[in-house]
Ligand binder design. Structure first.
Ligand code: CA
Length: 688
């Protein structure tokens, strides 16, 4: 709830924006960061700005700017760079309003810069408690801010929504969006502002939380409405009326501790239809067989929801994965466009969710127009005429483990796509990869180390690969693709200069021709990219910006990520223009070399196995299931001195200021020893 103090601060901030205040007597459009709905809707009238997360409410991530184009992009070079004070994943899309850029770094920190020079204007650190890191599935990331009427809005890892003064970064109001701070909730997504309401969801479906979307008054921070995506209990209360019928898609013996369905990333808005679209996440726990043993579709998991932004009322829903058991979130990027299909112009919504099907929906009614596989898929044979995915035996893991495609990383994840109205193509950062699913909780998240070879023996499947795919949504077919050595690459930008811009895990900025994918420019950054590039102009000069800093979930591998091995992961904001200079590469880091022999430690096979299980559930999410990950220190290389203070680190949390939480509330000294024994065993195995 708002305190009286924050209301007073809000009133002062509003007063400051009135004529005679610190922003002077300028017209609203000339006030600092004075973005509103009319400007976002008419974003094409000011192509030099990038006013909202996906540039405008349609989230096409297409810019009309064409000063940098296919005939001159060979001259693209670095205009300026700025450290983001981070060595972890950077995922934000910077917003640019009238020459000022607003972006975020790790730990939900907000940075405002002069968009022409890179000069830092202000920084804001919400001081997220570093121990919150253990509540995160996928790194200490943030995907950016929203800007509205002189304020900058950020959601923090620990679930707060904060409004900042765009002029100096001072907080105007702050609310706690969490319904339960003891649960493992988080916010990594960018807020959107629609009709004066700041819309925000949250993450945590891997950890038994209940998903919901909240709308706050942009001016006051007052909660306007909240839509719960799943019922909280079989017998209510049903906080929103839709839950009274959604509950019938859950079995009576359902697991109600949380159930998932978190709305942690994608949104879009159609101002003519007045519909806000929100994508929802996977079920919690993953297997529907455990979550809802009697069956059912489990609404509104893995769904696209069309809501009234004024009230949160549900107008239609489309569930991409009924009875999700494979972490097939529908939180992936949604694009709105008008496409001619079978001789009719259709208002469509397009999404390539994790489940590997590319969906084209009628965004007025939610009716399925078409759905086809955009990557290798074996969990479902097809989507039938009623719009329902037909699940195959290959994905049923009730009785035996199954190797299922796509993996839990998805055929496509949060990394934004782009739609080019000229080519009519959607550019998808996609991947082929599988995942072992097991009903045996002990094997969850372990990629089925126990029986992987046996599982794969009879299966025909592609080897892991990343791609940038150019997809024709009208014909539902691939037009071109570029294969990439790592499966975890950046988002995409398309421009009227016939360009598709894409950063990669290997640390390159690729500029491809939008029509045929031929490579026009490749700039080595020395830092892997997962964020989407964006573009803007200041004083008539066009720039392309990208946040460089690789990261995300710890199941990712170093394969094809030479940049990280060679240069570490120095987080930087890199901004390019025509006739810019070379990108200075970070200083090379020492090669990792072989894993040293671990200090002696006596433990029984039983203890090591117990340690493995504890490790998987408590440590592997950040440190990698086998003791090493590209982003964090390789635990197999722990020195004797670190072994000495292992309990102080793991139980007491002495490294909490660096993001390593203490687990003393849930783990014992014996547990800590077993985990250390397992890590030691991993280090021994690395000696072979
Ligand atoms: Ca998930």
């Amino acid at each position: 709830m708002l305190t009286r103090l924050t209301l007073i601060i809000a009133a002062i901030a509003v007063a400051a924006c009135q004529p005679g205040g610190k922003h002077g007597t300028a017209e609203p459009s000339q006030r600092l960061a004075w973005v509103d709905g009319a400007r976002i809707i008419q974003a094409n009238a000011e192509p030099h700005n990038w006013l909202a997360h996906g540039r405008d409410y349609s989230e096409q991530r297409f810019s009309p700017l064409a000063q940098i184009n296919s005939s001159n992009v060979q001259r693209l070079g670095l205009a300026w760079e700025q450290s983001m004070w981070s060595e972890r994943g950077l995922e934000a899309t910077p917003i640019v309003v009238d020459g000022v850029m607003f972006t975020t770094s790790t730990w939900s920190r907000v940075i405002a810069l002069n968009a022409a020079s890179g000069e830092v204007l202000w920084q804001y650190d919400p001081e997220v408690p570093r121990g919150w890191a253990k509540k995160l599935c996928c790194d200490i990331v943030n995907r950016g801010v929203a800007v509205w009427q002189g304020r900058v809005y950020v959601g923090t890892l620990d679930g707060r929504l904060i409004a900042l003064d765009a002029g100096d970064g001072s907080p105007v109001w702050e609310v706690d969006t969490l319904i339960d701070r003891d649960k493992w909730y988080s916010i990594t997504g960018a807020p959107r502002v629609v009709k004066g309401k700041v819309i925000i969801g949250n993450g945590g479906a891997e950890f038994g939380v209940r998903g919901y979307i909240s709308a706050y008054d942009a001016n006051s921070g007052e909660l306007n409405w909240r839509f719960y995506t799943v019922p909280g209990r079989a017998d209510g209360p049903f906080e929103n009326p839709e839950l009274a019928w959604a509950v019938k898609t859950w079995s009576n013996d359902s697991y109600w501790a949380g159930a998932g369905g978190t709305a942690w990333d994608s949104m879009a808005y159609d101002p003519e239809l007045d519909l806000l679209y929100v994508g929802t996440g996977n079920g919690s726990p993953w297997p529907a067989y455990k979550r809802s043993p009697g069956g059912g579709d489990n609404l509104f998991l893995a769904s696209i929801l069309a809501l009234r932004p004024d009230s949160g009322e549900l107008v239609w829903h489309y569930q991409t994965t009924p009875g999700d058991s494979w972490d097939y979130t529908a939180t992936q990027h949604m694009i709105l466009a008008d496409l001619e299909i079978n001789g009719r112009t259709r208002k469509v919504l397009m999404q390539a969710p994790k489940n590997g099907f590319f969906y084209v929906l009628d965004r007025e009614s939610g009716e399925l127009i078409s759905a086809e596989k955009y990557v290798f898929v074996n969990w479902a044979s097809h989507v039938d005429a009623n719009g329902r995915a037909v699940v195959s035996q290959a994905a049923d893991y009730r009785n035996e483990d199954k190797y299922v495609f796509p993996s839990a990383a998805g055929g496509h994840n949060w990394h934004p796509m782009a739609f080019h109205p000229g080519t009519g193509l959607v550019y998808i950062p996609a991947r082929d990869a599988g995942w072992v699913h097991s009903i045996d909780e002990d094997k969850w998240f372990t990629l089925g180390a126990n029986n992987l070879e046996a599982l794969l023996a009879d299966l025909e499947y592609p080897s892991d690969s990343g791609y940038l795919k150019a997809w024709d949504p009208q014909r539902q077919q691939l037009v071109w693709e570029k294969a990439l050595p790592n499966i975890w690459n950046g988002g995409v930008l398309a421009t009227a200069g016939d360009l598709v811009v894409h950063g990669t895990a290997m640390g390159d900025l690729l500029v491809l021709h939008a029509e045929d994918g031929r490579e026009l420019q490749r700039i080595a950054l020395g830092t892997g990219v997962i964020a989407p590039p964006m573009t803007y102009a200041v004083n008539g000069k066009q720039y392309i910006a990208v946040m460089a800093g690789w990261g995300g979930p710890a199941f990712n591998t170093l394969a094809g990520n030479e940049a990280l091995l060679q240069y570490g992961n120095a987080g930087r904001l890199l901004v390019f223009a025509l006739d810019g200079g070379p990108v200075p590469l970070p200083a090379a880091v020492a090669p990792r070399g072989p894993v040293p022999e671990p200090p002696p430690l006596e433990a029984s096979a039983e203890t090591i196995e117990q340690g493995r299980q504890l490790y998987v559930f408590n440590c592997g999410g950040c440190h990698g299931m086998y003791g090493s990950t590209p982003m964090l220190p390789d635990l197999r290389r722990m020195s004797a001195a670190t072994h000495e203070i292992f309990d102080a680190i793991v139980l007491d949390g002495v490294l909490e200021p660096r993001g390593m939480a203490g687990f003393g509330d849930s783990l014992s000294k014996e547990d800590s020893f077993a985990i250390r024994a397992y890590i030691t065993e991993l280090a021994r195995q690395a000696q072979d």
